[in-house]
Design a protein around this ligand. Sequence first.
Ligand code: HEM
Length: 139
Amino acid sequence: MFAALGSHAWAYPMLEVAHLLGVALLLGNLALLELRVWGWGRALPVEPLAQLSLGLAVVGFGLAGISGLLMFGTQAGELLANRVFTAKMVLIMLAGCNAGWFHARRSLHLLDATARVQMLLSTALWLLVLTCGRWIGYV
Ligand code: HEM
């Protein structure tokens, strides 16, 4: 199945489209929440905003994850030997740990300095994931 996916005329490019759509949903919605945690758009109630933006961010991550795993399947051996791909996976895990920490300490309710640092860390980690994703093909 993966060999057919990799050699099909439009299947792989469409997986890339799905991947980038997932990335856009993930990063776009996280950016919105980060700005709100940093005090922008104070008129917007943080809880419903977070519910909407985090829900869409999770959908985005799911789309990126599924399409990413399918792309991975077409060239697993090469990607497992690719240091940038390894770095990307480690960064995704770190971003997951940071998100877990953010929710475990109820940062959304505290909206304190630590919450702001966690949001900055989240954006930095996801931007590094984005950079590694684009870089994989060049090493
Ligand atoms: C479990 C999650 C993920 C897996 C397994 C995965 C896997 C992959 C694979 C296999 C590729 C193709 C690499 C190539 O041959 O050039 C790729 C491309 C890419 N990934 Fe991911 N990825 C995941 C999540 C993400 C996330 C969360 C982001 C961004 C925040 C991201 C950003 C990118 C970008 C920008 C590309 C390049 C797309 C292009 O040039 O068309 N990926 N990913």
